[in-house]
Structure formats: structure tokens, C-alpha cells
Design a binder for this molecule. Structure first.
Ligand code: HEM
Length: 380
């Protein structure tokens, strides 16, 4: 999975090739916010962040020609599965009681959802196959604009039976990977946007500095690289609010492991509490404070080599969508900061930062803010 994602699905070239998709989705967001700003109404930024990340993922995975109803049906299934998988369950606390999933009804619900996901994905894949055949025979996809999407990449690998040193890529694998990209990619990126905006609103000094930087240097996707303060703000937000606070569960198999003074017996499920590491005063000064400047003396690295800071995990299970996700998060935030000033709804003094643990670590309450248009065009 990792090799396939790094080499094929989310290589630097491929992530760059989705630039137009990102820009269009974010432009739609800016247009909706501009309309809300004209009416001086508050917006639900939580919902809007999810709309942007799911629009980008859907377009990148299924392409433009994909029937909208198929994509919408798939999103419904993804949401249902996210709800079912969210958070700790009693079955996680007692993994040795293998009958528990059946008893709690989880197994049956997951099986039902898995069938639903299979059926929508079958339709989407069939549509891709006929589009590919049409393109191959006519050498022209209606408007001559045949663009390879992620499902196409997976189908290419499946058809050519490319050997990536893993089990063969069957149609089941194509469907499983597509589902996993949606489950793992949409909510994590959206929640990062939401927490980062919330922290900035509660820390007006940070908001002002981030806005000044963006308004000075930001003109297009290329200048995103120059937004160093914004990088620190996002890193600090990921430190305090890691979307995957417990990473994916590990198991040590039939090897007994000694860790510090602890002995981990064989076949033990191991949970890594990144949330706690990120707030541990032994590693972080003023650990509970939102202080992006701390990253001035700390090189931000999402490669999972520095165990003090692993918001994308580490090792073989580490997130393969880092660059795809970060490109969405940074572009969206840069635009929110560039085009708008932000005001709290009447009567509200700050953003409530209560957490809610589901599939990802989300805010308990949706983020509502009033956008105020900042009237300047890039490089004016
Ligand atoms: C800011 C956004 C994101 C964050 C913070 C994040 C974080 C994570 C974390 C913590 C893990 C578990 C790693 C581990 O246990 O070592 C993970 C796994 C994963 N992520 Fe992400 N992720 C993000 C965006 C994305 C995106 C955009 C995609 C793809 C579209 C993606 C695809 C995946 C997949 C497929 C896995 C599972 C890997 C496996 O099963 O081995 N992620 N992510």
C-alpha cells in the first residue's frame, strides 16, 4: 500500500498534476464566502472545509466525467463507514473477546456498508472502463481532455499486473484502496483546516502575523512555498490537535518486545498516543500554549523520523497522503487568510475548543464565523 501510494498515487508529480483541481475547489469556496460576506452572514466553516476536501478528493480519484450521483452516493457510504469506525469501542478494549463485534452488531453493520461501498465502486469502475475504451478507440475523449485520475492509475496497475513487491493488484484491491483514500484523506485534511482557523481566531496575534505574511507574498500556488509562518502555524495546530491522535493500531506479532522498562507480551495490540506525546512538558515548553514560533528552532519534518512530532505517523503504516493533504490544507488556509478578515458571531467571545473523538479528533462544535471581504487582488 505504502509503495503504491508513494510511487504511483501521490508522487510529487502526481500531486502537482492536481493543482487545477485544488485551485478550482478553493475558488468555489472563496466565491461562497464572498457571497456570505456581502450579506454579513455567518458561515459554517466546518462544513465548508469538508466540502472542499471531499470535492478535491472526489475529482482527483474519479475525474470530472464521473457521474455526480455515483460520487455523491459513494460519499454517503464513506460517511456511514467513518461513523461506524470512529473512536474507541468496547471491542477495542477487549480484543481477546472475539465474539464481541458480532454481539455489538458492529460486524453486521460493517458488512452491510462494505456491500454498499462495493456496489457504488463497481459502477464507478465500470464507467471508467468504458471511458478508457472510448478514449483508446477514438483517441479523443469527447473534448480531447482525457485526464488520468487515481482510479485510472489503479486500473492501469491492475491491467498490467505491475509488480510492486506486494500481493497482486486485483479488482478487490483497487476498490479497497479507493475506499481507504476517502476514509483516511477527507476528514483528516478538513479537521486540520478547522482546528488551525480556530486556533488563529483565539490567538489574534498569530492571525495577524499569518495574514500579513499571506497578503505580502501570496499570489498563486507557486508562492505557497514562501509562506513559512503559515507552515509553523499548521505544524503547531497539528501538534495540539493531531487528527489521528492514536495512529493506527500496531501488533508486535510473535515477538516479545522490551521497551524502556516495559515488557510487551507477544500478539499485543499497541496504541501510540501521539496526542499525549505532543502535550508532554518533557518535550515541549509551555506545551498547552498555541505558539507557532516554537517551530523556528525546530525543523518541521513530517517524515516520521523524529518521534517527538509524528502527526502523520511513522514507519510502514505512516500516512502516504502527506503531500496531497498538506497541499489542500495550505492552499485553503492561505485563501481564507488572504481574502477575508474574520469576526466571531454576535455574543461569542472565543471559539470553544472542546474535542470530540471519532474517526479523527474533531471539534465538538462546528466552527461558525463571519467573513469580511478584504478587497485587494494578488500583486495589486
Ligand atoms: C492533514 C492531513 C492528514 C493527516 C494529519 C493524516 C494523518 C494520518 C495518520 C496519523 C495516519 C496513521 C499513520 C500511522 O499509524 O503511522 C494516516 C494513515 C493514512 N493516511 Fe493520512 N493523514 C492526512 C491526510 C491524508 C490524505 C489526504 C490521504 C489520501 C488521500 C491519506 C491517506 C492515508 C492512508 C491511506 C493511510 C493508511 C495507511 C495504512 O493503512 O498503512 N491521508 N494518516
Amino acid at each position: 500500500m505504502r509503495k503504491l501510494c508513494t510511487l504511483e498515487l501521490f508522487s510529487a508529480r502526481r500531486v502537482q498534476s492536481f493543482r487545477r483541481i485544488r485551485e478550482e475547489a478553493v475558488a468555489n469556496l472563496v466565491a461562497s464566502l464572498t457571497a456570505a460576506a456581502a450579506g454579513e452572514t455567518s458561515v459554517d466553516l466546518t462544513r465548508m472545509a469538508s466540502t472542499v476536501t471531499s470535492a478535491i478528493t472526489t475529482r482527483a480519484a474519479f475525474g470530472k466525467a464521473q457521474e455526480l450521483t455515483d460520487a455523491a452516493n459513494f460519499m454517503v457510504v464513506v460517511d456511514n463507514i467513518s461513523d461506524l469506525l470512529g473512536g474507541f469501542r468496547i471491542t477495542d478494549l477487549y480484543p481477546s473477546l472475539t465474539f464481541l463485534p458480532a454481539l455489538t452488531g458492529l460486524k453486521a453493520k460493517l458488512e452491510k456498508m462494505s456491500k454498499a461501498s462495493d456496489s457504488v465502486l463497481d459502477q464507478i469502475i465500470d464507467e471508467h472502463k468504458s471511458r478508457r475504451t472510448r478514449a483508446a478507440t477514438t483517441k479523443d475523449d469527447r473534448h480531447g481532455s482525457y485526464k488520468e485520475d487515481l482510479v485510472d492509475v489503479l486500473l492501469n496497475l491492475q491491467e498490467k499486473q505491475v509488480d510492486l513487491g506486494a500481493p497482486p493488484i486485483t479488482m478487490e484491491v483497487v476498490k479497497a484502496i479507493t475506499l481507504e483514500l476517502f476514509l483516511a484523506g477527507i476528514e483528516t485534511s478538513a479537521t486540520t483546516i478547522e482546528w488551525t482557523m480556530s486556533e488563529m481566531i483565539n490567538n489574534s496575534r498569530v492571525l495577524q502575523m499569518a495574514q500579513e505574511e499571506v497578503r505580502q507574498v501570496y499570489g498563486d500556488d507557486a508562492s505557497l512555498d514562501q509562506l513559512n509562518y503559515l507552515d509553523m502555524v499548521i505544524a503547531e495546530s497539528l501538534r495540539l490537535h493531531p487528527p489521528g491522535p492514536l495512529l493506527l493500531p500496531r501488533e508486535n506479532g510473535n515477538q516479545k518486545v522490551e521497551l524502556s522498562s516495559y515488557e510487551v507480551p507477544i500478539n499485543t495490540k499497541v496504541i501510540v498516543n501521539v496526542w499525549a506525546i505532543n502535550r508532554d512538558p518533557r518535550y515541549w515548553k509551555e506545551a498547552e500554549r498555541f505558539l507557532p514560533e516554537r517551530f523556528m528552532d525546530y525543523s518541521i519534518d513530517y517524515k516520521g523520523t523524529d518521534f517527538q512530532f509524528i502527526p502523520f505517523g511513522a514507519g510502514r503504516r505512516m500516512c502516504p497522503g502527506v503531500s496531497f493533504g498538506m497541499a489542500i490544507v495550505k492552499l485553503t488556509l492561505a485563501n481564507l487568510l488572504f481574502h477575508f478578515d474574520w469576526v466571531l458571531p454576535a455574543g461569542q467571545k472565543s471559539i470553544d475548543m472542546t474535542e470530540c473523538f471519532g474517526m479523527t479528533l474533531r471539534k465538538q462544535y462546528a466552527l461558525h464565523l463571519i467573513p469580511v471581504s478584504y478587497n485587494r487582488v494578488p500583486f495589486e
